[in-house]
Design a protein around this ligand. Structure first.
Ligand SMILES: C[S@@+](CC[C@H](N)C(=O)[O-])C[C@H]1O[C@@H](n2cnc3c(N)ncnc32)[C@H](O)[C@@H]1O
Length: 360
């Protein structure tokens, strides 16, 4: 190995080592109210003394916490006047920041804490962090029904991903007039609401299917969005039984949570619950054919193994299509998001795979 190659590898290790510290420093600047304080004086900016007064912090602490954001161009520091101003952060639209901040909360509350036990989780096939932190045996989604702080930190990020990607999903999804749709693993009910709203012309109704504990929140979501007459909730476990009587089954952000064997169990249960002509429509994070083209592999393996399931992880979209065929469906659509058109912060790359049950 040449010296240059060795230097590049060492620099890569430095980036790994620094990642969690950089993350914590920047998130704290938001949590401490420093960013909000600076928003009040966008033009003249504020000195460290003034920020300290507004936020109740020590001047020295403000100066230290702002060194990295200044170095990274998020905040500007005028050495002469001593004023700090939002610079990079001021360039980001509110709606984009509203997508980024829930990710940061989730990283702190869910990932940083549990990933301490990633190695043990991979070894044991159990989410050891949940056992250590909450004395909980089971996966993150089960735990989130017992611990509101987990649901809050994770649910905000999940809804922000769903709110962002569902318009793309519905743009590529065709459903029959008056279709009865089942949204498997529908979580807060937001997916059901968005389906009804995007398919207004089709007059569809959507049942959100998830653990029974999610019912109250889902019904509240339906009421808030004024679609309680079009949406309903069914409590249950997809491995036990999938409700019957639906024309279309949506499975969004769910198959990636499981190993192949469990994905087959889910798809087979869905196949059996659908009548001939029934459709399954899957929206799922996927790995691009060339994994260097996105940040998906930087996130999902550690997230699924250490934080949520101790199994699973996305596959390539072609793999999901093959698995769907193996479970009896005729595959009718396979597509992936255009990475070049995604916002720069976006981590998951999504795929859509649709299939129809053609045999009785
Ligand atoms: C990643 S979220 C998907 C949320 C939603 N589909 C979306 O796209 O926003 C996974 C959901 O699966 C639910 N879930 C996990 N295991 C389940 C099971 N065995 N049966 C039914 N729902 C399950 C969880 O409660 C959680 O709401």
């Amino acid at each position: 190995m040449t010296e240059i190659q060795q230097d590049a590898v060492l620099a890569q290790f430095r980036e790994y080592i620094l990642g969690p510290l950089r993350f914590a420093n920047v998130l704290s600047c938001f949590e401490l109210g420093i960013v909000d304080a600076l928003r009040q004086e966008p033009a003249s900016g504020m000195t460290a003394e003034r920020i300290a007064k507004d936020t109740g912090l020590r001047v020295g602490a403000v100066e230290q916490m702002l060194l990295l954001p200044v170095k990274d161009g998020l905040i500007d520091h005028d050495a002469e006047s001593g004023a700090y101003r939002l610079s990079g952060i001021a360039q980001v639209q509110e709606s984009d920041l509203a997508r980024v901040l829930p990710w940061m909360d989730m990283m702190k509350e869910v990932c940083l804490r549990q990933l301490y036990w990633l190695t043990e989780s991979v070894r044991s096939g159990k989410v050891v962090g949940l056992k250590e932190l909450y004395d909980f045996d089971g996966n993150f989604y089960e735990a989130s029904t017992h611990y509101p702080q987990l649901q809050k930190a994770w649910g905000g990020m999940m809804d922000s991903v769903t709110g962002f990607i569902d318009p793309w999903f519905h743009e590529h999804l065709e459903v029959p007039q008056n279709a009865k749709v089942l949204d498997i693993a529908g979580n807060t009910g937001l997916g059901a609401v968005l389906a009804v709203e995007h398919k207004r012309d089709k007059d569809i109704s959507v049942a959100c299917f998830d653990f029974a504990e999610k019912e109250t929140e889902a019904l509240e979501t339906f009421r808030e969005h004024g679609v309680a007459d079009r949406c309903s909730f069914i409590g249950g476990d997809v491995f036990e039984a999938v409700p019957t009587g639906f024309d279309v089954v949506m499975i969004k952000h769910f198959l990636d949570m499981f190993d192949k064997e469990n994905v087959y169990r889910i798809l087979t249960n869905v196949y059996e619950a659908l009548g001939v002509g029934g459709q399954v429509v899957v929206l799922v994070p996927v790995y691009p054919e060339d994994i260097t083209r996105s940040s998906s592999v930087d996130f999902f393996p550690a997230y699924f193994y250490g934080c949520t399931m101790a199994e699973g992880g996305p596959q390539k979209v072609s793999t999901y299509a093959k698995w769907m065929e193996d479970c009896g469906f005729e595959v009718t659509k396979v597509m992936a998001q255009d990475i070049a058109a995604m916002p720069a912060d976006m981590i998951p790359v999504h795929g859509i795979v649709c299939g129809t049950r053609t045999q009785s």
